[in-house]
Design a protein around this ligand. Structure first.
Ligand code: PAF
Length: 284
């Protein structure tokens, strides 16, 4: 496994790779969810490149960039056993050298949900992912459905900018009690970890209500909110029942809906979602 810390060394390693190349962009502190993305990439490609970069431009000034969990040595040891060809692990200065001035804005989709709560977040995500795609030049890139809006934004960007990459969605990996795997879960105290199951419980309630015929989006939102409010350590950022492709809030669910939420458990902000009915761009 080659570890590349510069754009030029990654491009050089890429030139040695014949056949199909799959890429799994990550911010490190790898968990089972990342390993699932990597395993899918390995099955479908001749070579796999993982990237590890805690991207400063996608964090707001009051967000958790400094405390975002990091353990590159452990990440590399995990990747070593996964049959990965190369790891691209640049420094912030390598990605954003002095004078850096170019950013990508995906309009519309990024006004809602995570975009509304975290202004500038998707500008940073789109920019770094475009840079990673330019450096790694993958045929396919794999992203988790936990970040459903991120998937939609990256797909939109790749289509709009005629990028030669297929953006693929991989189902969320969950702990046995339903909590979606996330590097941020490591910040939870034992009591908060217990409280964090409220997100999955809320999604399960949404699915049950949907199955029993509930199609009124506002009633669904209200019942989800009531369930989350019963958890004393939880505070709601948003609860959304939206069109899964445009992310516009729904009044009535005709065919499909993306139920998504951001909830703070103590100081840790967690997100999760589920698709009700059919398929969507992020849940094919
Ligand atoms: O989902 C993530 O880990 C990040 O947002 C990504 C896609 C690696 C970009 O920094």
């Amino acid at each position: 496994m080659i570890v590349c810390e510069t754009v030029s060394s990654m491009k050089k390693a890429r030139r040695q790779m014949a056949g199909r190349v799959g890429c799994v962009p990550t911010m490190g502190y790898l968990h089972e969810g990342h390993l699932t993305l990597l395993s899918r990439a390995r099955q479908e490609n001749d070579h796999v490149v993982a990237t590890i970069f805690v991207n400063p431009t996608q964090f707001g000034p009051h967000e958790d960039l400094a405390s975002y969990p990091r353990n590159p040595q452990r990440d590399l040891a995990m990747l070593e056993g996964e049959g990965i060809d190369a790891v691209f692990m640049p420094s912030p200065e390598e990605m954003y050298p002095a004078g850096y001035a170019t950013y990508i804005n995906v309009e519309g989709l990024t006004d809602r949900l995570e975009g509304a709560s975290r202004p500038g977040h998707f500008r940073g995500v789109a920019t770094v992912v475009a840079k990673l795609f330019n450096t790694v030049e993958p045929h396919r890139a794999y992203f988790g459905q936990k970040d459903a809006q991120q998937l939609l934004v990256i797909k939109r960007m790749a289509a709009d900018l005629d990028m030669n990459v297929q953006v693929l969605a991989v189902p969320t990996v969950r702990e046995p009690d339903g909590l979606a795997m996330s590097s941020r879960n490591t910040h939870l105290s034992p009591q908060e970890r217990q409280a964090a199951t409220v997100l999955y419980r809320a999604l399960t309630l949404a699915r049950e209500l949907w199955r029993s015929g509930e199609r009124d989006a506002e009633r669904l939102r209200r019942q989800i909110i009531e369930l989350i409010q019963k958890e004393p350590l939880a505070s709601i950022d948003y609860v959304s029942v939206a069109d899964p492709d445009s992310l516009e809030e729904l009044a009535h669910i005709n065919s499909t809906a993306l139920v998504s939420m951001a909830v703070r458990i103590g100081r840790t902000r967690l997100i999760d979602n589920t698709l009700l009915g059919g398929q969507s761009a992020a849940h094919p």
